[in-house]
Design a protein around this ligand. Structure first.
Ligand SMILES: [Fe+2]
Ligand SMILES: [Fe+2]
Length: 293
């Protein structure tokens, strides 16, 4: 067996470095000057609303994590409670401030406590063998979520640049964008470490594959309404133009870690289906609204 490329020390170092290198963005460093507010509203109202909401929901995510990962390791706790949550919270605040400055309706995050589904998972998570499966799924979901955010902010940044909105591009979107890859790297390394050190027995891996393929969750898209909202981000930021490429990017890690033995499977079909459904339901909603008008 070859030595694992990722070990617990490396992951912990990464988290510590992340905390030092990326303190939460200082709100005072943001310049919300917009040259053409009407154009920015037209272009970004929908994706901004969604992104602001998801970033602001971090508070609820932390509560859910505490329930879902009862035996959490010190490194995991350090990451999500001390590094990740404070950064994401500030992302939400920055986007929410931008939304308000643009005279758009404020985002309405869902800050209710953990859902029944999460509580059931939390109860099962007290069984160590189940806990390990949930932990792998948490890392894979986290990686897909962060990668989606990276793609969304990259598209927003490029569009704002093209529109000449350099203040908001540099001090808001890019300031957020630069913090997402470190989150992605944490989830990637953590999932990789679990696989490389064979933490999961083959039967646990089979369960992880099964659950992932049946319940691939989109970022913050827990209801049909929100699924369509996520689809809106894909459509409005041009990520649906080449949906297969987007999904390949988002699911590359799990494809590699869970499905590598399935030769010929280029993009996990369940992920492609989830993204396509989301984009379709957004388009249907827009069409329905146009017909009703
Ligand atoms: Fe973020
Ligand atoms: Fe993030």
């Amino acid at each position: 067996m070859t030595a694992p490329r990722v070990d617990a020390t490396r992951i912990r170092d990464h988290v510590l470095r992340l905390g030092e290198k990326h303190p939460p963005v200082d709100l005072a460093s943001a310049d919300f000057t917009v040259r053409d507010p009407a154009a920015v509203r037209r272009r970004f109202a929908q994706p901004l609303d969604y992104m602001a909401r998801v970033e602001m929901e971090v508070e609820r995510n932390v509560l859910e994590l505490a329930v879902m990962l009862p035996g959490v390791s010190e490194t995991d706790r350090l990451f999500y409670a001390d590094v990740w949550a404070p950064q994401e919270e500030r992302h939400g605040l920055l986007l929410d401030t931008l939304v308000r400055r643009l005279d758009l309706p404020p985002a309405e995050p869902d800050l209710d406590g953990p859902t029944a589904q999460v509580r059931v998972l939390g109860a099962l998570a007290h069984i160590p063998a189940v806990q390990e499966v949930i932990r792998l799924l948490y890392y894979l979901t986290g990686a897909a979520t962060e990668k989606s955010a990276m793609l969304a902010y990259a598209a927003m940044s490029a569009d704002l640049e093209a529109m000449g909105e350099t203040a908001v591009k540099r001090t808001v979107v890019d300031a957020i964008k630069v913090q997402e890859p470190g989150h992605f790297a944490f989830y990637r390394m953590s999932a990789q470490e679990m696989i490389e050190t064979s933490v999961l027995k083959p039967w646990q891996l089979r369960i992880a594959r099964f659950i992932r393929s049946k319940a691939f969750s989109l970022v913050g898209a827990s209801t049909p309404e929100r699924k369509a909202d996520f689809g809106g981000v894909l459509v409005n930021l041009g990520l649906a133009d080449d949906l297969e490429r987007t999904v390949r990017d988002v699911s590359r890690l799990e494809h590699h870690l869970l499905w590598a033995q399935d030769q010929g499977m280029d993009v996990p079909a369940y992920a492609l289906r989830a993204f396509r459904d989301a984009a379709d339901s957004y388009r249907e909603r827009v069409q329905g609204a146009a017909l009703a008008a």
